[in-house]
Design a protein around this ligand. Structure first.
Ligand code: IMP
Ligand code: MG
Length: 422
């Protein structure tokens, strides 16, 4: 297998960073193609815990090349902080990390606009990560954004940035928010972009050459299928295409170069921020939060929790063309006597087996559950499929069957070694 896409099959936080890290062993290049610093990919290597926001998780393996593709929105200040943070742990991304010259940038005013717009929405807020993602993609679509390539001409970039800050300050004022200090904002951005120059490259050409040379490329999807701007629970979504197609447009790789699509799903469901979630259940939240689990890696927010929703993951399989399923966090359910799985929705007296695209209808959907016996044994020390408790194997296989996928990986903890291959 040469080129693999890995996507989240739920609402993000499925454990993609961890599975990516595990798969990186079989990859030459790891690519991020959408999203920005709203992502938080947690990877644990030995005793060190890394939380990566913009840099592909592949950076933790020393011979892997990493690419931040054209579809990503990059906060230059945040990226530099992440690079410096890695350097402190002995990992130097120089020469191994390449950033697309066509990727748009996120500036302090995008973050301020994100906060101002959320505040204005009041009750109707999306619950964004406040990383400026929506406003930055908005500028991209509006054709007023600035791309990474523009930092190479420092003098002209400073002028463009100043003009953009002035323009957005007027916008902030009109929204009743405080404008940003022009000089200080300029300085913080310019300090970062000066250091980032050596990382900027034509990554489309680079990836094309790599495929021609039969290099193995791994696409690290961020967020999850139901946060996709087109296929998610709009408007409670992020501003990029988180589904498999987004990996192609966001990197310049042609669809027929993709050999495999792995979907990652938790053995239950979580979601951060607002929006419908039919299998949400207090009991699951109490259990997981009580174990100190399910707090956001980017914002620290408590994640909403529920039972596994086979309706949504089946739809994710359809949208992404998922060939392989990775079920993560199986160990989170270790103590339960019985486990529920949402196998369909009831809507207005009828049973449906897909997610309605109309949000009002989705909000009215009630989960139909099937109950599975638990295994009530700790699984975190188990390393092989055969030694996993029988009920855990049955449960994981049932999830694959219910979603029309093939189970390929099961994960029983955050460490590299806690990933079981089938
Ligand atoms: P934004 O991407 O910051 O605009 O946030 C939009 C919605 O997507 C909010 O509900 C966020 O909580 C959610 N979101 C964005 N990125 C992630 C992620 O990496 N994991 C989980 N949820 C996310
Ligand atoms: Mg996350």
């Amino acid at each position: 297998m040469l080129n693999t896409i890995l996507v989240g099959a739920q609402w993000g936080d499925e454990g993609k960073g961890k599975i990516i890290d595990f798969l990186t062993e079989q990859a030459d290049i790891v690519v991020r193609a959408q999203g920005g610093a709203n992502a938080g990919h947690t990877v644990i290597v030995g005793r060190t815990k890394y939380i990566l926001h913009l840099i592909p998780s592949g950076i933790l393996r020393r011979r892997t090349t990493c690419v931040i593709g054209n579809g990503v929105v990059i906060d230059p200040i945040g990226l530099l902080e992440e690079i410096d943070g890695l350097k402190k742990t002995g990992i130097d991304p120089a020469g191994r990390l390449h950033v697309s010259d066509a990727a748009h940038m996120v500036f302090p005013y995008h973050k301020a606009l994100d906060a101002a717009r959320e505040a204005l929405k009041g009750e109707g807020k999306i619950g964004t990560t406040l990383r400026g993602i929506g406003p930055a993609y908005g500028d991209k679509v509006d054709r007023t954004g600035l791309r990474m390539g523009s930092i190479l001409n420092a003098k002209r970039f400073a002028e463009q940035l100043q003009e953009a800050i002035r323009r957005n300050n007027a916008l902030l004022k009109s929204l009743g928010a405080k404008p940003l200090p022009v000089k200080r904002s300029m300085e913080s951005v310019l300090k970062a972009t000066r250091c980032l120059k050596p990382y900027v490259a034509n990554t489309v050409q680079m990836l094309h050459n790599a495929t021609a040379a039969k290099k193995r490329i791994l696409f690290e999807g961020a967020q999850g299928t139901f946060l996709d701007i087109d296929h998610g629970t709009y408007p409670y979504v992020t501003s990029s295409n988180t589904t498999a197609g987004g990996m192609c447009t966001g990197s310049g790789i042609a669809p027929n170069r993709i050999d495999r699509v792995i979907g990652v799903a938790k053995a239950y469901t979580t979601r951060v921020g607002e929006g419908p979630m039919p299998s949400e259940a207090r009991a699951v939240g109490d259990l997981l939060h009580g174990m100190g689990r399910e707090y956001g890696a980017t914002t620290g927010r408590e994640r909403r929790c529920g039972w596994f929703d086979a309706v949504t993951v089946r739809q994710a399989a359809m949208l992404n063309g998922i060939t392989d399923l990775a079920v993560t966090n199986l160990d989170g359910l270790d103590t339960l006597e019985s486990i529920k799985v949402c196998v369909g929705y009831r809507l207005g007296g009828k049973r449906i087996d897909h997610q309605p695209s109309d949000l009002g209808r989705l909000a009215k959907c009630r989960a139909i559950y099937e109950t599975f016996p638990g295994w009530q044994k700790p699984t975190d020390r188990i390393r092989t499929w055969k030694t996993l408790p029988l009920n855990a194997r049955r449960y994981a296989q049932a999830l694959a069957k219910l979603t029309g996928t093939k189970l390929s990986y099961a994960s029983v903890g955050p460490a590299r070694s806690q990933t079981i291959t089938l």
